[in-house]
Ligand binder design. Structure first.
Ligand code: ZN
Length: 258
């Protein structure tokens, strides 16, 4: 009986149709405010699950924000992910450096370890997904991600030629999920433009990136329209952990690179 159930579940997982799956990737959580409340209210009214990227340095242990985060996860429609430790960028020798791009192996390793540890303490469990600030990414990022035993999903521009070599260094066990950013710039979603873009994309799972803290009232309306459009076109939303669980097991060469 137990065996039968296991086989059925496995078959379901293999058969999962991911061609119309989206993951809502909401960036830059640093604490509670009206913008995040509005974003969650609109998402929940549409029956949409959302994943929220935390800038981990911002959140204090044993704070009301920590309590709020745990309460959201207890609703089973929110999952938090690692959006770095401090989200800082700077210029060195005329080059634009990000927390996870050009900052060096030691810096990236320290920041990934620190942010993962912080989230684990805040939420009471490991987070499995990572998306770097500004989606910066280089070979050092790949190496430090591979060192983490728990990361299994990376939000990244999967078609970006400039990061292709670094992407190939990532362990097979880390799934990649392409990103579609807000059409009119950071914090500025545009429902009509997104609909055109999605219609042109090949079928397949994708993450839709938003910056709720920057939404003004018209942008929140655009977001609401986007959720309505997704529903009308048969898309479903998944949380990162659900998405990873729906993928075929990458057991053949779990520690190998792609
Ligand atoms: Zn960010």
């Amino acid at each position: 009986m137990v065996l039968h159930v296991a086989i059925t579940l496995n078959a379901t997982a293999i058969a999962a149709d991911l061609s119309k799956v989206v993951i809502i990737k909401a960036d830059d959580f640093t604490g509670t405010n009206g913008a995040w409340s509005d974003f969650l209210e609109v998402s929940r009214a549409a029956g949409v699950k959302v994943s929220i990227g935390v800038i981990t340095k911002s959140i204090q242990e044993n704070s009301p924000v920590q309590e709020w985060m745990r309460a959201q996860e207890n609703n089973s429609d929110v999952e938090f992910w690692n959006h770095g430790w401090d989200h800082k960028g700077w210029i060195t020798n005329g080059l634009s450096i990000g927390e996870f791009q050009g900052s060096g192996l030691a810096h990236q390793r320290e920041h990934l370890i620190r942010s993962q540890a912080s989230l684990k303490m805040l939420l009471g469990h490991d987070v499995i997904a990572f998306g770097s600030p500004g989606n910066g990414f280089d070979s050092d990022t790949a190496l430090v991600m591979n060192e983490s035993a728990v990361l299994s999903l990376f939000f990244t521009y999967t078609q970006n030629k400039k990061t292709e070599a670094a992407r190939k260094l990532l362990a097979n066990r880390i799934a990649l999920l392409d990103i579609v950013p807000e059409a009119d710039g950071t914090g500025k979603p545009n429902a009509a433009k997104l609909a055109v873009l999605l219609a042109k994309r090949p079928p397949g799972p994708v993450s839709l990136q938003f910056h709720p803290p920057r939404f003004d009232a018209p942008h929140l309306i655009e977001y609401k329209q986007i959720l309505a459009d997704l529903k009308a076109h048969g898309y479903t939303t998944m949380l990162p952990a659900e998405f990873v669980a729906s993928l075929p097991a990458r057991t053949a060469n779990p520690s190998g690179t792609r």
